[in-house]
Design a binder for this molecule. Structure first.
Ligand SMILES: Cc1cc2nc3c(=O)[nH]c(=O)nc-3n(C[C@H](O)[C@H](O)[C@H](O)COP(=O)(O)OP(=O)(O)OC[C@H]3O[C@@H](n4cnc5c(N)ncnc54)[C@H](O)[C@@H]3O)c2cc1C
Length: 521
């Protein structure tokens, strides 16, 4: 995120001030009625008390790194190191705004090849210096939390090229540090698209998507990022590994799955080969209304199971629909479904889907809701900046569950969050990724910050995570585990699987330098 979204205190908001989105008046009024807003103090630079691991070390390790990758690529200026010391969750933004970053790395190292990454890992293993891989820096689960030991951040920004396109097989090999918009431009030059468009699209990277098993707004049609990956190169402290060879294989367990979602704990992903699709010739997005979330869930399940399959599908619950309609004059209740298709002959598919949606109680709202969604699809993080500026707190929780469990997960998570935030909170939810067997659920929480917003949020998030576990959901559908979900992840997979994960990590990373504290319990 070099340049954009930065100021003297470094990455205290999602985007540059020039792209800030003010809260609509109607939304600001509603918030003031429902919540106690506390105007935030002005942002300040990181406090002098921030634990700076550089102050405790001599330059031996940095000189070894300089010799391996070039002095210019070992950055030690304090603002650069501070900018790499957290992700983009709301607690991360608040810590940056209050100058209370917990720790900052000794250096930010920027290798340019897989061999250089292996050298960095080798040097850091020898000197027992931890390494935090850093893509776009958009983690919202503490995936970039600096460990309490001497450490460097390994920024993948120089691994930023398109390596190869195989137009016959429809695959492309992309370097891990490529930001998503640049990857899209490079693929478009060959007439292809990845179709991976998460809300963090503007800054997140190809390697970050693979390392966290990301899912995008069009993943119902194009698939999750991990579905798209055909091969990976991973640099580990013991050397580089390439996994993935053919479109399908019965040659033992699929080792790609070991590294997809490994969040920088088993190795650094340096390039990713992905399945690509021709650029769509047509797109069509439209809106439907259902009387209730239950009715809407029934209808989207029918589409997911019996077709036709949509590219984009987003069903808001009653509260999200109501908040979304605030100030628009549309207030007939119910739930909004935005559904869309990308490809060829999209109107034919849309007509077939319309018959299914109508048969399940849907009422067509035409293309306007689809147009609105398309126009505002990247607004949410800018609105979060505006909410924080207005003195509110906003954060998200996400999960996935089988269809049979989904209504219970929705109810229990909502109730748990509202119970944990007694002095006013809005909890909005939607389904945005559907599968034959189930779907994701994404909750947005807007509440009063209280005197200690981070602590208040941790309590609510723990209650939500317990409710997810009790109702049979997974602790994360696409944000990943990081530090925030680690305990629930351990409970979800069980002791034997935790031991297995630790054993694999120990084999690949015997000095334990890769992202200590993240993912692996
Ligand atoms: C506003 C906002 C909206 C978001 N929306 C979505 C969404 O719609 N869908 C979604 O899936 N996620 C979303 N996220 C979460 C986040 O964007 C994803 O987790 C993304 O995949 C992270 O990519 P990144 O390049 O920013 O990785 P980073 O945040 O830099 O890193 C994420 C984790 O992966 C590790 N890592 C990064 N690169 C590598 C690599 N090359 N090799 C090994 N480990 C690596 C890091 O150490 C860290 O643990 C959102 C986040 C924000 C702030």
């Amino acid at each position: 995120m070099d340049g954009d979204g930065e100021d003297a205190t470094g990455r205290t908001r999602w985007g540059p001030a020039s792209r800030a989105k003010p809260l609509p008046d109607s939304a600001a009024k509603l918030l003031a009625q429902v919540l106690e807003l506390t105007p935030p103090p002005p942002a300040v630079p990181p406090a002098d008390g921030t634990a700076d691991t550089r102050e405790h070390d001599d330059d031996t390790v940095l000189n070894a790194l300089r010799a391996a990758i070039g002095a210019d690529h070992v950055r030690t200026s304090r603002p650069i190191r501070a900018r790499h010391a957290a992700g983009m969750s709301t607690p991360d933004l608040l810590r940056r705004r209050s100058g209370e970053l917990r720790r900052i790395p000794q250096a930010v190292v920027r290798p340019a090849t897989t061999a250089e990454v292996v050298s960095v890992l080798d040097i850091c293993s020898r000197f027992q210096v931890a390494v935090v891989p850093f893509g776009g820096g958009t983690s919202v689960v503490g995936g970039l939390t600096p460990p309490a030991v001497p450490h460097v951040t390994l920024d993948l920004g120089r691994l930023n090229g398109l390596v190869a396109v195989d137009a016959i097989s429809r695959t492309a090999t992309l370097q891990a540090g490529l930001p998503a918009p640049r990857a899209a431009e490079l693929l478009a030059e060959h007439g292809f698209t990845l179709g991976h468009v998460p809300q963090s699209y503007e800054y997140a990277t190809i390697g970050g998507f693979a390392a966290t098993r990301s899912s995008g707004q069009a993943s119902t049609g194009y698939g999750r990022f991990d579905d798209m990956v055909t091969a990976l190169t991973v640099a580990t402290p013991r050397g580089a590994i390439q996994v993935g060879r053919a479109p399908a294989s019965a040659a033992g367990p699929d080792l790609r799955q070991l590294f997809l979602g490994s969040e920088g704990t088993l190795g650094v992903i340096t390039d990713v080969t992905v399945r690509v699709r021709p650029m769509p010739t047509q797109t069509h997005y439209e809106g439907w209304r259902f009387d209730s979330f239950t009715d809407g869930l029934h209808a989207v399940r029918k589409l997911a199971q019996d077709g036709p399959r949509a590219t984009v599908l987003r069903l808001s619950d009653e509260v999200e629909t109501m908040i979304g309609a605030t100030g628009s004059g549309r207030s007939d209740g119910g739930c909004l479904l935005v559904i869309g298709w990308e490809g060829e002959h999209v109107h034919v598919v849309a007509e077939t889907a319309a018959a299914v949606l109508s048969a399940h109680g849907g009422r067509p709202l035409g293309v306007e809701p689809g147009r609105q969604w398309e126009q505002h699809r990247f607004d949410a993080p800018y609105l979060r900046d505006a909410l924080l500026d207005a003195g509110a707190f906003a954060e998200t929780v996400e999960t996935a569950a089988y269809w049979s469990r989904l209504p219970e997960v929705h109810e229990r998570v909502r109730a748990a969050i509202l119970d944990a935030l007694p002095h006013g909170a809005l909890v909005l939810a939607h389904v945005s990724h559907v599968y034959e067997t189930g779907a994701s659920l994404y909750f947005t929480v807007i509440c009063s910050p209280g005197p200690d917003p981070i602590d208040r949020w941790h309590t609510a998030k723990a209650a939500a995570s317990d409710a997810i576990a009790a109702a049979g959901g997974t602790i994360t559908h696409h944000h990943g585990v990081g530090t925030d979900h680690r305990d629930w992840y351990a409970a979800e997979i069980g002791d034997l699987a935790v031991d297995l994960l630790r054993a694999v990590k120990h084999h690949l990373d015997p000095a334990g330098i890769l992202n200590p504290g993240i993912l692996v319990p």
